[in-house]
Design a protein around this ligand. Sequence first.
Ligand code: APR
Ligand code: PHB
Length: 407
Amino acid sequence: MLHRTQVVIIGAGPAGLLLSQLLHRAGIDCVVLERRSRAYVESRIRAGVLEHGTVALLEQAGAAERLHREGLPHDGFSLALDGETFRIDVRALTGGRTITVYGQTEVTADLIGLHVARGAPLIFEAEDVALHGVTGSQPSVTYRHQGQARELACDFIAGCDGFLGVSRSAIPEERRQEFQRVYPFGWLGILADTPPCDHELIYSNHARGFALASMRSPQRSRYYIQVSMQERLEEWPDERLWDELAIRLGPAAAARMTRGPAIEKSIAPLRSFVSEPMRHGRLFLAGDAAHIVPPTGAKGLNLAAADVGLLAEALAEHYAGHGDSGLDHYSERALARVWKAERFSWWFTHLTHRLPNMDGFALRMQISEMIYLRESRAAQTVLAENYAGLPMAAAGHGYGAPPAAAS
Ligand code: APR
Ligand code: PHB
């Protein structure tokens, strides 16, 4: 069966869902194809810090009602060095910008709810999704649904299918460049229905490794510790994990920490990754399909949102007959912002984690940087403006030109 739409969106993570909602608001037709079930997508647990720009996009998408009711506005966060904390006043250091703590799980549920309410074409359990003719004028996407083969003809394809999706590989290898760092440790996370130990987040650099105290609501806490990727979940019963958190977060946080049974516990690897360019013909990549950041600083969802904000604007310009300059500059502009967030997430990870091969010099460099941050308003300002989120750059950065052909 052949159907037609203007934009096919592959993937119903935050990138695909937000793009679909923004396009709907701009009067552009699209279909979202998702490999997993709705229940699976709605139960994934990810980070939970939204930049002001992300909140503004969710407002534009008409998806911020519950976020404004239940999201927790934060003016800053704390850093800890061997258990001693100091505060980064993001609001004061950035001229009034704040961040909002609201789980990515909730963002996803809100966006799916809006799609279902308006009967939007959001197809779960779409199998064997394949892209065709992306460099021609009539691309299409084939897939199987409930045992039937389907085909969608379209003007554009948005690859929002995450790091393990199929879209990125529709760009031939010789037209693509990949950049990657895999970190020699992971994050062990625990979610519990207990009040958080502080009203803001605490990122802790400790001799035993990194720890983070975060939250989802005034009744639900989220914590992480750095572990080696060789560790297994069975080695971390709840009590051992709470004991370790108490040591790494320091005595003040430990005294206010409420222990409780884990409602979710998992180990995630840390990776930095960028694939350039983010456009190939009529295919546009957005979110984790094009880039991954380590979770330190919670930039993943915010980067995905910034990508689709830019892409939605460019597509709206195209369909309004205002030309293709936005589409032509999409990759370069998105990548300019992506690389800054990559740099920040990489730096913040190195500042706060103990690497297995750190020698005395490396350790003293790290500790000196933490102490400098504690004492210098200038250093804190750099951290705060990156944490709050950088603006989208103008065109003209030249990122993502295809690699020169080998001669
Ligand atoms: N066909 C259809 N859908 C697919 C396919 C495929 N072949 N492969 C993957 N998908 C779906 C996944 O099941 C997932 O629901 O694409 C979606 C991609 O979603 P995310 O991985 O959440 O990526 P993205 O929407 O870019 O969101 C970025 O989410 O992964 C976190 O840390 C990341 O916070 C960041 C944000
Ligand atoms: C989270 O709450 O899951 C979280 C918060 C901040 C981060 C990463 C994850 O930097």
